[in-house]
Design a protein. Sequence first.
Length: 299
Amino acid sequence: MTSQLSLTRSPRRIVDALRGTGPVFSFEFFPPKSPGEARLLERTITELVDLRPTFVSVTDRAGSAAQGLTREVVARIGAETGLTAMAHLTCRVHSRDEMRAMLADLRDAGVENVLALRGDPPPGGPFVPPVDGFGYADQLVRFIREEGFDFCLGGACYPEGHIECADRAEDIANAKHKVEAGVDFLITQLFHENAYYFDFVARAREAGITVPIIPGVMPVTNLKQIPRFTREWGVTIPTRLLLALERCETDAEVFDVGVRWATTQCRELLARGAPGIHFYTLNRSPATRLVLEAIRTSA
Ligand code: FAD
């Protein structure tokens, strides 16, 4: 990672950036599982750092070969680029005692922002809370607050409803529990139809959720991603987008369609009051760079 950021620093706590005047832009990365993935991540961060995101976040891959690497990647990004960084933390494998130790470790490494999550269930099975651990994200949030950790805390939410929750009103009520337990902001699952976001925000406000809700956007960059979006996450691909993708004859055309769609999406989200955009980068820079440059140019 190169340290090219002599530019204005973002606030260290994401909640402070969200109180500012401009939109908040963030990039999500995942920690590498192999030397090849590590090189790709390093290159991507180097390529994206000049876009000066408000913050970057690093996912928790608990249960995989990258388990435990989140803290290291977050601390390294902070130290080497000066960017504000957030660690994701899931309930998947850790007991309360382990969680307490991990939170202390994050704090001691200078991490100020944590996205508190339950984590996905294992393939094909229900989520089983670890022994003496947590079954839902709101329990983790409450634990973090009760233990006196002073992190700026985020949580996840789902404009189309979480895949395990058949009732969207109940899903909103569950998101509200998370906020009541102490999250400062929410980041949404990706979506490709803005109506889901605007409708979700309206319902959340009606339910008394007042924290900022940052929309998560991921440009479609190849057709193989689509079954994962739809089957595993319950994310809809609008017919108009699907038809445009099906007409593509090359991977480059698919990429262009995905970038143009996401650019239009982001412009409308910001024009209609979204507090920023969280980009799911998949550890690659080109699509995020093109979309962010386009929306900044037109702002
Ligand atoms: P929860 O808020 O606990 O919700 C899980 C389900 O339980 C929902 O259906 C909810 O409606 C329901 N529920 C919640 N509380 C209750 C309750 N008290 N009683 C009954 N039902 C309840 N996964 C990773 O493994 N690592 C990551 O780094 C990661 N980062 C993510 C970042 C973002 C922005 C998003 C949107 C998702 C991320 N995920 C990550 C995926 C996430 O872990 C999954 O979507 C997971 O299935 C749900 O996590 P959650 O924190 O929203 O869970």
